[in-house]
Design a protein around this ligand. Structure first.
Ligand SMILES: Cc1cc2nc3c(=O)[nH]c(=O)nc-3n(C[C@H](O)[C@H](O)[C@H](O)COP(=O)(O)O)c2cc1C
Length: 295
């Protein structure tokens, strides 16, 4: 392989455990256009407090220094990505790293690097993608790197449509920037108040980090109802016109909010379990998941 490192796949830990990747890689290689290298990364544990703290300072950056990041920085990122926690363990996924030339974006946002989620298309795959990639977004911010979710950008034609049977879902641009990448105060976030996104008594402190989550066009489609120990998480129903674009994006947004929810509960020394069994939602909202908190 002469041109290595073109599409770098960050493998999910589940597959590393199953030790099936060498086999799958061997098959995939033949089908793809060469220029491809797959690396199985060492499994490390993400530091949740580091991610939790990033929630209160992160912001989207849309201007990048196009100098590629050092190989060691990318290697450490791959390490962390490969230990990300999925929302739904039954969904197969992979992180894929693309360079600038591999991405088509209608908006003029150019970055030296992009990290994509490729996934099996089933059940909660959109929420799962949001949950996974937000762990990377927070990790980048915690490590002084700029990032921005991109809902419109797609891999270019040269990138295989499917990778190992998985389809492209969403990507995050990242790299260095000369702009300040942090907010110093949560008042700088343009967000709804907790009372606008929740009717749960006594849940304000748990929901504060959730309120600050990023969402497509800052739509913040989430709503929390029920009791603190068993909260129903719903998403705002959309009219047909809005559903055409935001129907998918809003589900990714909910996954992002659930990632912040998990980090928030973890910060309080408690555990959250998500149940996808359908239940009632408030008027104008669609049920997404139930969040059950225990000690
Ligand atoms: C799923 C998703 C898709 C997004 N797509 C784009 C995009 O295509 N272009 C863009 O400039 N920002 C995009 N954003 C960034 C949001 O506009 C941004 O997160 C939101 O306005 C809140 O601002 P903040 O991230 O600076 O807190 C996207 C965010 C999410 C979560």
């Amino acid at each position: 392989m002469e041109k290595v490192n073109k599409y770098l796949r960050f493998l999910s830990p589940r597959k590393q455990h199953q030790n099936e990747e060498t086999e799958l890689y061997g098959q995939g290689m033949g089908k793809m256009k060469g220029d491809l290298e797959i690396i199985i990364w060492r499994l490390t544990v993400l530091k949740n407090p580091q991610l939790y703290n990033a929630i209160f300072h992160r912001k989207s950056i849309r201007k990048y220094d196009m100098t590629p990041l050092p190989t060691e920085t990318l290697a450490t990122l791959k390490d962390h990505a490969s230990s990300a926690k999925p929302l739904d363990e039954s969904i197969r996924y992979e992180f894929v790293h693309l360079y600038s030339a591999d991405v088509k974006n209608l908006l003029p946002i150019k970055a030296p690097h992009y990290i994509c989620v490729y996934s099996q298309i089933k059940g909660n795959y959109l929420m799962n993608a949001g949950f996974l990639l937000q762990q990377v977004d927070l990790y980048l911010s915690a490590n002084n790197l700029a990032s921005c979710w991109l809902g419109i950008a797609k891999p270019s034609k040269e990138v295989p449509k499917q990778i190992n049977g998985l389809e492209f879902v969403i990507m995050l641009a990242f790299g260095n920037t000369t702009e300040p990448i942090y907010r110093t105060n949560t008042s700088e976030f343009k967000r709804k108040s907790v009372s606008e996104i929740s009717c749960v008594a006594g849940a304000d402190s748990i929901l504060e980090p959730v309120r600050l989550a990023p969402s497509s066009s800052n739509t913040q489609p989430w709503f929390f109802s029920g009791e603190v120990e068993a909260m129903t998480v719903s998403r705002k129903k959309l009219n047909l016109l809005k559903a055409a674009f935001y129907g998918k994006m809003n589900q990714i947004d909910i996954g992002i909010a659930l990632c912040h929810f998990w980090l928030s509960v973890d910060h309080l020394g408690q555990v959250v379990r998500y149940s996808f069994e359908k239940d009632a939602a408030p008027n104008g909202y669609e049920f997404m998941v139930k969040a059950m908190i225990s000690q």
